[in-house]
Ligand binder design. Structure first.
Ligand SMILES: Nc1ncnc2c1ncn2[C@@H]1O[C@H](COP(=O)(O)OP(=O)(O)O)[C@@H](O)[C@H]1O
Ligand SMILES: [Mg+2]
Length: 227
């Protein structure tokens, strides 16, 4: 196996992003995420948090500059390899993107089923994680029938069930009350302790002040590091 322990998990050099012919929303971003780090990504609504994350989860390539994820330059990576890299990344989408017609259990089990894990082990892992995010009573309810805060926790459970190397969470505490937000932060911290690199987009000052993690702030398309 190649020795990648000291290589950043994500490396951005002069990365920029423009939608169509519009002026770029992200400019000259130079930053690397070390393996095992946890960062907040902040900035006002419209600052580009979701856009930056979408490049990191390989939904779009940078318009300018160089982005390497797990050591692969995304500009030179074909679709098949991209799909393979994507499986190592857990994403909590701001708009959840659950399969609404499936139960909570089946939504969370999906990444494990795609991997071909045995149903018995799937049950064990899904049940344990759903208990952690306080969703046991909703386990067999359809995703279309639960609240926004519950959907958010399903989205988080689905993103972490596979123990991804990189977890990208887009405003993951935006729809839950403080008590649950702190519990979710505990889950992220625990995953981070076990080795997952975590990026949490948030505009909650309260959340950032409560936890002493470094912040990356987007403003006017630029990324600023704030310890
Ligand atoms: N698919 C898109 N096409 C065109 N413009 C977009 C698209 N997605 C986002 N934008 C624009 O990019 C800017 C940054 O948006 P976004 O990344 O969603 O910011 P944030 O997540 O910080 O609120 C905004 O001006 C937004 O309107
Ligand atoms: Mg956003």
């Amino acid at each position: 196996m190649e020795n990648t322990a000291f290589e950043p998990i994500v490396e951005m050099k002069n990365v920029g992003l423009a939608y169509g012919d519009n002026p770029p929303v992200l400019k000259d971003i130079d930053f690397s995420f070390r393996r095992g780090s946890l960062h907040f990504l902040t900035g006002k609504s419209g600052a580009g948090k979701t856009s930056l994350l979408s490049m990191l989860y390989l939904a779009q390539r940078p318009t300018f500059g160089t982005l390497k994820v797990f050591g692969s330059n995304v500009a030179m990576t074909d679709r098949e390899k991209m799909a393979f890299l994507r499986r190592r990344i857990g994403v909590v989408f701001q708009d959840f993107r659950l399969l609404e017609h499936l139960s909570v259990f089946d939504n969370v089990a999906l990444p494990l089923r795609l991997k071909g894990m045995k149903e018995k082990e799937i049950r064990q892992r899904v049940i344990e994680l759903l208990a952690w995010v306080d969703l046991s009573p909703n386990m067999y309810v359809k995703a279309s029938e639960i609240s926004g805060g519950e959907k958010q926790r399903v989205a988080i459970a689905r993103a972490v069930i596979n123990r991804p190397e990189l977890l990208l969470a887009d405003e993951p505490t935006g729809n839950v009350d403080n008590e649950i937000a702190y519990k979710l932060m505990k889950l992220f911290a625990e995953l981070n302790r076990l080795g997952t690199t975590v990026v949490i987009a948030t505009h909650s000052e309260e959340l950032m002040q409560r936890y002493n993690y470094p912040r990356l702030k987007l403003e006017n398309g630029h990324l600023e590091y704030i310890k």
